[in-house]
Design a protein. Structure first.
Length: 255
């Protein structure tokens, strides 16, 4: 069904009677919509990139060139962040970390928290990683509310990377901030901390709540952990953890 819908969506970009320029503009608009997190546009671009049709491949290449030209002069933050991602991953352009950084810095100059986080992520996952730079950029993004950056800052405080020494209490603070925003990896981490009583007071009900929430998005890596935890809890602790889970979900409805 998804493939059929995407085929229809792509076909709509190439209506009979449209000139090349009109079709090109439509594809460029798909890039701009993808930069604004439009999932359908992102999927359409993905299918165009891997299309077996030579005319679509050619238009895709021309659209990228035009989109890059527009992004260079428009000062649109969403486009700058998206182009940075393209160069970072090699999505439609040759992978180029220097170009990715240039585009992300352009977005940072205009106040993009997402670009701050992307730069921090780059240094964190680089080979070899640069944890000092990762902490610098992620901390800036974390302080502005970016959940992924908050989690990575928590990781570095927990593991003693990019900081003078390990600080479990500080790690717990950042994991909790990210977990409250729905970051499933942070939810698992803070759940483990509540279970062990490291950096936060030991609390089995809260541990169960956070692990339970993480399992909804990480079933393959967290479900066994949750089931093992359930076997160690008293009925009262399990019921309290379930109640806390329901309350959290009520306060944080899916958008």
């Amino acid at each position: 069904m998804r493939r059929a819908l995407l085929t229809i969506a792509i076909s709509c970009l190439f209506l009979v009677g449209c000139g090349d320029e009109t079709r090109l503009d439509r594809i460029v608009e798909q890039f701009k919509q993808a930069a604004r997190k439009n999932v359908q546009a992102q999927n359409s671009i993905w299918d165009m990139r891997y299309s077996a049709k030579e005319d679509i491949k050619q238009l895709y290449k021309e659209a990228i060139a035009k989109y890059l030209e527009i992004a260079e002069t428009s000062r649109d933050v969403a486009d700058q962040v998206y182009v940075g991602m393209m160069y970072s991953t090699g999505e439609g352009v040759p992978k180029n970390d220097q170009e990715a950084m240039r585009w992300r810095l352009k977005a940072v100059e205009q106040g993009s928290v997402q670009a701050l986080s992307a730069i921090g992520e780059h240094y964190y996952f680089a080979r070899p990683p640069n944890y000092e730079e990762a902490m610098k950029w992620n901390l800036m993004a974390a302080e502005k509310g970016n959940a992924q950056a908050q989690r990575l800052v928590g990781n570095m405080f927990r593991d003693g990377k990019g900081v003078p020494y390990t600080n479990i209490t500080e790690a717990g603070k950042w994991f909790l901030r990210a977990a409250e925003q729905g970051d499933e990896f942070a939810q698992r981490s803070i759940g483990e901390m509540y279970l062990m009583g490291t950096g936060v007071p030991k609390d089995f009900a809260l541990a169960y709540m956070w692990i339970n929430l993480a399992t909804t998005k990480l079933p393959h890596t967290t479900q066994d952990f949750r089931e093992a935890l359930e076997r160690t809890l008293t009925p009262t602790q399990s019921e309290e953890g379930q109640r806390l889970t329901r309350e959290w979900l009520e306060k944080h409805p899916k958008k």
